[in-house]
Design a protein around this ligand. Sequence first.
Ligand code: FAD
Ligand code: SIN
Length: 548
Amino acid sequence: MATTSDALVIGSGLAALSYALEASKNGRDVVVITKRGIQEANTHYAQGGIAAVLRQEDSFESHIEDTLKAGAGLCRRSVVESVVKEGPAVIQRLIEHGVQFDKSDDPEREVEFDLAREGGHSHRRVFHAGDMTGAELMRGLIASLLARKNVRIYEEHCAVDLITVRKAEGRQGGTGRHTLDGANRVLGAYILDTKSGKVETFLAKAVVLATGGASKVYLYTTNPDVATGDGIAMGWRVGAEVANMEFIQFHPTALYHPRAKSFLISEALRGEGGILRRQDGTRFMEIYHPLRELAPRDIVARAIDSELKRTGDDFVLLDMTHLEAGFLARRFPNIHATCLSFGIDLTKEPIPVVPAAHYVCGGIRSDEHGESTVPGLFVAGEVSCTGLHGANRLASNSLLEAAVFGHRAAVASERYFELPAPEATANVPAWDPGRAVPSDELVVISQCWDEIRRFMWNYVGIVRSDRRLTRAARRIDTIKEEIREFYWNATVTRDLLELRNIATVAELIVASALKRRESRGLHFNLDCPELASNEAPRDTILRRTSLT
Ligand code: FAD
Ligand code: SIN
């Protein structure tokens, strides 16, 4: 028996929660499925905060200009304008759901909140909760959602594949036709209950992919284990268009420590005056950009990469020791405590840092309401490519985007809620496990997984070249073949699903990087190091037929 609802939400980060809260507001029946515990999402780990204009001396125009500048010519201006202007309403909604942002203790303050500054922003406009903004967002929104009787939450449920009319009818491919009841309309998803090992059918009038990013495709990343690009791969498999996957943001400062698993050292530390130094104590950012430590992230990450390659050092230093110790402990309690747990007192000594993969600017292409090119399939948050970030994301704009598009997608889903339920219109077969048996060769998964993450780091990292990209493409072809063989013979597990998805994401990143014959924003290729000036900047759009 299938589980049915008005809306099926895949994921439980900020985008998913924003969608579920809005869609359930008017009594719609909403199902949220998430592959681990409800808390486990990139959102939970967000440190710096969420950008929105509040102060008199700031303006929408300034936030818009900063976003466009970071995006290096590829942002969609209309999207940037509308998202930035929705910022204050987003903050208001979050506060109404119980989220508590830090307040200013300055008696002369102009506004109630303590607003932080981050790289690329001309003003202080980042709402935060200490240095654990994401955990506070999750706390407030989850509490609100749990109070809704018409929302059912399934933890430890991992989406395997989307079901579309074409798939249900056993036909191949996707049309990308954007009609309400088009041939390729999405009907639901096959979902693995990771505790029982059974694959179940979930049907819904509208489906939203809010599965987050894919930075686990790289060996070193600030992201938690859930960030394996499942939504991008699932959308791709049913024919949704994918855009701008070459633009991977590397955060300049992850903690360098063998046990730290790339713990993030927030950009807000540089916002408060942190200084980057070589190991010999000398500063270097002035060589690379007039804004020095507060230059856009791609510039800072490439500067560190270049310093490390030149000096042969394993890390550079982020120095906070000139700032008052009490302030640092109060403003950055989590980072301070975590560094201390690794034997580093940031009030007394500089922090060893390195860049790490952090954010995927590309994803499933969506319109301004969050709808993909597959009818009824919505996308929100890091899984999507809405046009807000262009070739490089401005710090603290992704939480804003997740909240805006989660909300917009729920509003736009209303017209699907009026349609007949999928179970009334299509005969959806139950999941067919075929002849798959539990595998006794799980080593294949860890081997392929390690290989992908390593060659992506070495060949498709901060600085790329044609030769390295071509090598990576060859490796992916071989690995994909191994995975395909394994996948159809072994019982599905979460690890196997994630491996298949990460291989697809790697393929999409490399294919996109090879297509872009210039260096722009986060994509830097030694064989075409300049901006292409002879034509208007273009998105890299992949359609399934263009690769297979
Ligand atoms: P996520 O929050 O990642 O949620 C995705 C959800 O989907 C998870 O619940 C996951 O378990 C689930 N999921 C994935 N695949 C499946 C599947 N197959 N089946 C079922 N469920 C699935 N951005 C900012 O704007 N400001 C910041 O300060 C900031 N700090 C950051 C700090 C860190 C350490 C990191 C890693 C990121 C930070 N970012 C920040 C980026 C930002 O956190 C993310 O882009 C944003 O939270 C993404 O939200 P989301 O809802 O799209 O996805
Ligand atoms: C950070 O706190 O440095 C992360 C901010 C972001 O990724 O937007």
